[in-house]
Design a protein around this ligand. Sequence first.
Ligand SMILES: *Cc1c(COP(=O)(O)O)cnc(C)c1O
Length: 433
Amino acid sequence: MFVSDCLGLNALGHLTIGGRDTVELAQTYGTPLYVMDEDEIRRACASYRESINKYYGGRGLVTYASKAFCCKAACKIAMEEGLGLDVVSIGELYTAQSVGFPPERIFFHGNNKTVQELLAALEYGVGQIVVDNLSELELLNQLAISHNQKASILFRIKPGVDAHTHAFIRTGQIDSKFGFALETGEALGAVRMAAGMEGIELKGLHCHIGSQIFDIEPFEHAAEVMLGFIAEIREKTGLALKILDLGGGFGIKYLPEHDPVQYDRYMMQVSETVKKSCAALGINTPYIVIEPGRSIVGPAGVTLYTVGSVKEIPGVRTYVAVDGGMCDNPRYILYQSEYEAMVANKASQPRLRTVTIAGKCCESGDLIGERMPLQEVQAGDIIAVLSTGAYNYSMASNYNRIPKPAVVMLRDGKDRVVVRRETLDDIIRNDLL
Ligand SMILES: *Cc1c(COP(=O)(O)O)cnc(C)c1O
């Protein structure tokens, strides 16, 4: 009945997450509020971990793409679950370091890493730096040499695969700001260059074809293209690459009609493709890395808001205004991402209304969603927006100087704050006169 397994209904007809009453949580902590079910996150970590072990015989690693939801608690959970961690900035790296995340399981991504970021990665001993372009390769080589190190790297490759998803979250095609192109020979040139660099050890290749993908086929296609390139590299340069990182992008259920692929099926099918391709190409099966972000944390989160007003415009639409908006969830205004919402205190009632949920920011486009089915609603009701665990807190801003909400984590039915609510002092903390 619900888009996520951690959601339910209690005897009061209230929406629950992780068995806890969302209305009560809203009363305790105030709104807007992000609530995350840690048990759900750990279940997702475990099922990815078990399935990569099963299909690659332990020769694989699941790294959590921390950009989906990055804070100390999230890094600690990934660490305890034995996952690796993707970071794309010094801020994410610093967060990982703050909980003592094992550096060898960290992958540093990004299309424009700064000197400061590359130095921080070398200093912490980050396992793999995923190099995006030639300027970065040269810079990293120099930095590594001057620090008497050899940087262990992967190359980010554009495999030229069209994943059927929104253009802004599609990254595998040639017209993308990320990575080296295969078709033009750019990638092979980079491999030859890296082979001669004293400060660089090229360990493998990486691709990431997009996000919120529901089909397995683009992943299989990408794996075939990447393995073909590994074989070509061996043939033309003699270099045997050991790691193939196939990226993340597994879709989740935001709406009832969404039908995401089960991780286990993905892993089974892609691992078969990988093994078949390797056999056909006469290369050893590489160590496989996958990088889920959204699918680890997305279904585990809800955002709770209080309704301030309901504005019916006859013949036009009904606006339900909540006490957050694009400042805590910019995904609708960014790429028209759709969510399910319900009145948490009337969750057992049918959703007979069709409304637009609007935020409180000074932008007409500040909406959480349009044409959303909702229960009868009035000022004071608590609205829950579902599946907001990924790319909500991590994309939040202080637009209109609105303090960011707290994040409450639930584990074994117990609640704790893992990110405190910003205060007004936080808002002016960096201001100088
Ligand atoms: C964003 C990203 C991911 C995670 O994508 P999801 O859609 O959240 O699974 C993985 N790898 C890289 C390189 C990314 O940029």
